[in-house]
Design a protein around this ligand. Sequence first.
Ligand code: GRF
Length: 214
Amino acid sequence: MKPLQVGVFASGRGSNLKALFDAIERGELFVKIVLVISNKADAGVFNIARDYGVPTLHLSQENFSSTEELDRATLSALREHDVEVVALAGYLKKIGSNVIREYKNRILNIHPALLPSFGGKGMYGIKVHQAVLDYGCKVSGVTVHLVDDEYDTGPPILQQCVPVHQDDTAESLAARVLEVEHKIYAEALQLFAQRRIEVRGRKVLIKEAPNDSN
Ligand code: GRF
């Protein structure tokens, strides 16, 4: 059986992408990352993709006259590379509704808190961890979830708790959470690779890869 073909969207440094490559190299994740897309031309994630010989593509709304046009360009790149599943890894833009429709139940996101708390528009990066500390939470965590039309509202695939320590700063909590992110994202994608995704008690079917005979 051929590995699941994954496209990664990211806006930042790309440590989650690197963790996916590491999991693939360790034989823990049976996927092939075939394309990395970013809205930022100078995103660190592009350097990681290039180190692993994976094609990169800069797609920004600034270069398109409408969201429909950006969606069209995105979909045509995903089709050209036979992308079956999309993994958002620190991607700060909303995915267009045409892409969501075409890739229904095949777009994942990783969020550095336990959704549905501490998510939504503008809740990213250190702000998430600061909000967790300001609220006085005793645990935080990581959520990998399916992506729908809103920010951070799709159903969870995997979640894991991370303890909050009394002397935590947003930065120390972020570092502890990130370690778990690097483990759990590969685990969630491996569920996709094995076509074992269940959401709210129901099996989610994803399309077979083109030419996949199994
Ligand atoms: C991670 O914390 C992820 O949960 C969030 O954005 C961050 C991306 O970090 N969505 P990196 O670019 O993968 O290092």
